[in-house]
Design a protein around this ligand. Structure first.
Ligand SMILES: NC(=O)c1ccc[n+]([C@@H]2O[C@H](COP(=O)([O-])OP(=O)(O)OC[C@H]3O[C@@H](n4cnc5c(N)ncnc54)[C@H](O)[C@@H]3O)[C@@H](O)[C@H]2O)c1
Length: 206
């Protein structure tokens, strides 16, 4: 169902729908994100606000509503797992994505505090984050093009080649690479893992 992650009301509609449709709720993945490339010297305040809203506020509201639903006494009430999607951009300094990187560092910190609150308050909810490397989705392809457009690389292809050059595994990530790691963190196989950040970047961020 449609969900605007930046809207409390939207979450309040979506969570009960999900619980009744699925018969419960034990996994929430905060995956929605926005990346608007810009050199800091050319930063547009509205673009920065948009990234802060979706990436930081959206993730925070997702955690809020997941906690309320999954903690004891909540409408799902069985505990569970939250996985927040940060980025390798939270672990390195890549030009052209300063505010995006800052929002993903914020996702990282939100994750740690959320894991601490959930543990201390007995919610039975684990909270972890992942740092994907470059994946050629709509966002990833646009980012490569933007790198050329702002003059950091001669072409999108050369921007991609530079990323691959920084990646020990020698290739870009695939959506399935990301999904498998998220599924692991959401599964009982990760039952003693909380407050952790897992790179899924072929070694780019090490
Ligand atoms: N593609 C990459 O190279 C890459 C690398 C690292 C991290 N990430 C992160 O992975 C996640 C998924 O990225 P992607 O590559 O699939 O990007 P994408 O642009 O292809 O998809 C992003 C999705 O977020 C949704 N979205 C945006 N604002 C929203 C809102 N207010 N409410 C609900 N949904 C909203 C969009 O509709 C879109 O479906 C993002 O958090 C992104 O920052 C992507």
């Amino acid at each position: 169902m449609p969900l605007d992650v930046t809207s409390d009301e939207s979450w309040e509609r979506a969570i009960p729908e999900a619980i009744s449709h699925l018969g419960g709720l034990d996994i929430v993945v905060n995956n929605a994100g926005v990346e608007i490339t810009s050199l800091l010297a050319d930063l547009d305040a509205e673009d920065a606000r948009r990234m802060l809203e979706v990436n930081v506020l959206g993730t925070a509201l997702g955690i809020k509503h997941a906690f309320r639903a999954m903690r004891p006494g909540g409408p799902a009430g069985q505990g569970g797992a939250i996985v927040n999607v940060a980025s390798v951009a939270a672990t390195i300094a890549f030009p052209g994505i300063a505010v995006y990187s800052a929002t993903k560092s914020a996702v990282d910190r939100l994750t740690r505090v959320a894991a601490m609150e959930a543990g201390k308050l007995g919610y039975g909810v684990r909270v972890n984050t992942v740092y994907p490397g470059l994946v050629p989705t709509e966002m990833g392809n646009q980012l490569a093009q933007d790198m050329a457009d702002v003059g950091l690389f001669p072409s999108a292809q050369e921007a991609v080649a530079a990323v691959i050059g920084l990646t020990p595994a020698g290739r870009l990530g695939e959506v399935a690479d990301m999904a498998d790691a998220v599924v692991f963190l959401a599964s009982d196989g990760a039952r003693f893992i909380t407050g952790a950040g897992l790179p899924i970047d072929g070694g780019m961020g090490m």
